[in-house]
Design a protein around this ligand. Sequence first.
Ligand code: 3SK
Length: 515
Amino acid sequence: GFDRAAHANCSDILWQNLSRNPNALAVTGPQGNLTYAELIAQAAKWGQAFTALGLARGERIAFFLDDTPAFPAAFFGAVRAGFVPVLLNTQTPAEVLNYFLVDSGARYALVDADASGIFTGATVAGTALTTTIVVNGAPVQDGHVAAADILADRPDTLDCADTGPDDMAFWMYSSGSTGRPKGIVHLHHDAGYIQDSFGAKVLKLTPQDICYSVPKAYFAYGFGNSMVFPFAVGAAVLLMPGQPRPEVVLDAIEAYRPTVLFGLPTLYTAVAKSDGVTSRDLSSIRQSMSAAETLSADIYSAWKDLVGHGPTEGLGSTEMLHIYLSNMLDDHRIGAAGARVPGYEIRLETPEGQTAKSGEEGVMFVRGHSSAPTYWNRPDKTADTMRRDWIYTGDRFIERDGFYYFQGRADDLVKVSGQWVWPLEVERCLNEHADVYECCVLAEQQADRRTVLRAVVALRDGAEAGAPQVKLLRDYVKSVLTPYKSPKLVEFVAELPKTGTGKIDRQALIRPVAA
Ligand code: 3SK
């Protein structure tokens, strides 16, 4: 069983290295190397500085930070001193950032110098923010404060605040497709739990590993990959700031020789297709993880051809903090999100409220000790999703032989010509066509209020856009599925828009209802 009481403060994940392996490499990257002793000394200074600034226990601190050593140092220092980092996506536009600041009530914010221009004017108007602390460079805005000044002369040791395993430790915001984002509250024991489950039972890092998560640490996926799993076993993490373009990722792999790579299917495709990739040295990578989107057989094989193994697919959520369904390196079912990760319980519920049998479809509920107990200040949304200790995922799945196969969202069923269709089914069908590189299928309301399916398609090199291709694809869906599922509208784009996490940005493709 999980010893909840042993996880009174999640900073122990880092601090245990001080006695275990102080001189081992903790962080590497373009800003140089830090041993555990050095990283912990920096974290201590952050905790001391926040305390000296007069923050109250449980007070939120907005983190608007890219992946550099300042992230773990400030994060672990803050939580050890009893404060609550709110991990924000650095791609957040000003208006939404203003909402995050108001909602979290943060008086202090941390930001990288090159992104700090956003912390001014309308972004901070009407918020409680008093102090913007700039890391990785000098302040450029009037009133911003240099981290170096805040940290100067602070002690490099830090006692742990008197927190408990069920105290609030950190937040992240959900990037839900509709409505206001929700502040997802995680507790001190949650990070220890993802290590004891996914970390220990699936990932199985050793102290010799160097982890490289292309998704940033402000995402739950990146947070576990970069802030929890490596530090929990005394391994190292590569922190790479900036846009993860394929050539940047390839250069980083050659320069820092990570052993475990974490990405999304879109990353694996982009890297596998990039110019000159076959002449790159990727031999350091012994394992690759993929999450957040369904991995296709094509991508799996392209990556396997390149590095000798396919990405291991898993599925998690910000509410659960990390992965609760996963394939294994030596037992991978293409098309499956994975099998239950030990430590989590999964229940599929039929529309009649019964537990689905094997082979029967149901909406997934998941339970495990890393689940967020609440959304901040959103009792309505909390009641929808957090059903006692179960989390309602809204994802439809079928389980076969212990592996779970995604069938779409519970709420994305649409009626076309009087018949029910899941756009995802059509999307999957089109994706199997030899001319299609990637696509997105959306339900769209016409001026006459009819709902039609609209496919936005990026073609493979050599396939030609135009009316004959539209007919070809529509006929293909008619023959493979059924005529009413064939998209009425098919349009071609060079590339589909992507969200900050690399998922297809469905919101960006939605058009207003025609007049
Ligand atoms: O989307 C996912 O699969 C995921 C995985 C780990 C942590 C968080 C998320 C959202």
